[in-house]
Design a protein around this ligand. Structure first.
Ligand SMILES: *Cc1c(COP(=O)(O)O)cnc(C)c1O
Length: 424
């Protein structure tokens, strides 16, 4: 069944996918480099390509498919709503978006109001605009509306959000970049943060667990310290929980175990269970800062997306599911630590819940992309978080058996990489 595993370096693709892969490489703008196979269908935490090779999914479409593939409840919500109404625009109310907004406000103690959009970057755009509008309402001049973000952060690819992203590699070549962002040179460092604040600062934007930057959780107490600093200096605090939210860390939202609520929170990725939807949640201070006409989106709050997202939220926000995340974290960590000890490929295992990073040892730094491609050939899909870290964000519903299968394949791939470093 697992042809890839037997022949790691034979081209596993059959003719059907080969033709399509060629077309994909021909017709898309070349800003992605997809693996040379075509994923065709999935179930739970497993996927199959067009040539019937099976994969264990430790990536979940980049932390999106948190309930796995083909979840029956999401399917039912999708089918039900898709037979009623697809789209109205925000000129009209529809039931699914109202129900979802109500459920989010009820589930998130600080949140008073919700704005819906279609992606993470759009949610952060909304947050940036809301922060600036709030600063305006405070009588702050344009140069006094600066937002501080952290080294290693990732906030999206639009011009404003890529500027908020404090990593030059995402920005280079796209200048001129919008003004108004200041980068704190070190995440988890209060001294560095305090020294960035001037009378021009109006807000701090942080990921409670940095994702793309290498899977780095805020150290215990850090969010509380930021919250206190914001209160003392009259700044807004915004969390980007686009990746770490929606049960990923074992809490509904990652900040909830830290006792430090924000004024604004952005979510997306797993919110729609695989469909595109984003949201910005606004607390007391900013809930009514956007007035009529301030901001908008044609598709935001689309009834089909919202119906599925509501089903996803109800499923994820259950004690049983969140307890499962904690149990599977232990299972996956133990397995990764054993593999790390045997293959000596990782310098540690870090992260929170089912958001786990495995930094590569020195010899393999810069090779995360090649190693994740090798893993794919061995039948397990893993992500990278920068050139030096493998990232594991499986469906939250993954079973111990699926984890064990994935780990067996991962170990085979890493053992191969260790023995044949020249092949990477
Ligand atoms: C993925 C991600 C984004 C961007 O989301 P898109 O839906 O790709 O625009 C922003 N912030 C974080 C933390 C993310 O992980």
């Amino acid at each position: 069944m697992l042809k890839n595993r037997d022949l790691p370096f034979a081209t596993p693709e059959g003719q059907a996918s080969k033709d399509l892969v060629w077309k994909g490489q021909t017709y898309f703008t070349p800003n992605y480099k997809p693996r040379e196979m075509i994923l065709d269908h999935g179930k739970g935490a497993r996927l199959w390509d067009m040539d019937d090779n099976e994969y264990v999914d430790f990536g979940a479409g980049i932390a999106v498919c948190s309930l796995g593939h083909q979840d029956e409840d999401l399917l039912e919500a999708l089918q039900k709503q898709s037979r009623k109404l697809w789209h109205t625009s925000n000129i009209f109310f529809t039931e699914p978006s109202i129900r979802l907004a109500e459920a989010l406000v009820e589930a998130v103690p600080f949140a008073k109001r919700v704005y819906f959009c279609n992606s993470g970057a759009e949610a952060n755009e909304a947050a940036i605009k809301l922060i600036r509008k709030w600063a305006t309402s405070q009588g702050r001049a344009p140069q006094q509306r600066e937002i501080i973000t952290f080294a290693g952060s990732f906030h999206g690819r639009t011009l404003a959000t890529v500027t908020a992203t404090a990593q030059p590699k995402y920005q280079q070549g796209f200048e001129p970049l919008p003004a108004g962002f200041v980068y704190c040179p070190a995440f988890n460092d209060m001294e560095a943060l305090a020294s960035c604040i001037t009378e021009n600062t109006c807000a701090i934007l942080a990921e409670p667990v940095q994702g793309e930057g290498g899977v780095i959780p805020a150290r215990p107490g850090f969010l509380q310290e930021i919250r206190a600093l914001c209160d003392e200096r009259g700044l807004l605090l915004a969390y980007d929980e686009i990746q770490c939210g929606m049960g990923r860390t074992g809490a509904l939202f990652a900040h909830m175990t830290e006792g430090a609520a924000p004024d604004i929170m952005t979510i997306a990725k797993a919110l729609g269970g695989g469909l595109p939807i984003g949201a910005m949640l606004a607390g007391e201070k900013v809930a009514e800062i956007f007035d009529f006409g301030s901001h908008g989106s044609t598709f935001g709050g689309n009834p089909v997306m919202c119906a599925v997202a509501l089903a996803a939220l109800e499923k994820i926000n259950s004690p049983a599911l969140l307890a499962h995340v904690a149990a599977m974290e232990q299972h996956l960590r133990k397995g990764l630590e054993a593999i790390s000890a045997e293959t000596e490929m990782f310098s540690g295992i870090r992260g929170k819940g089912l958001m786990i990073g495995a930094p590569l040892v020195q010899d393999f730094c810069g090779k995360s992309g090649a190693i994740s491609e090798l893993c794919r050939r061995f039948g397990v899909l893993v992500l990278v978080a920068g050139p030096d870290v493998l990232r594991f964000v499986p469906p939250l519903t993954i079973t111990p058996d699926e984890i064990d299968d994935g780990l067996t394949r991962l170990k085979a791939a890493l053992t191969y990489a260790r023995a044949h470093p020249e092949s990477l």
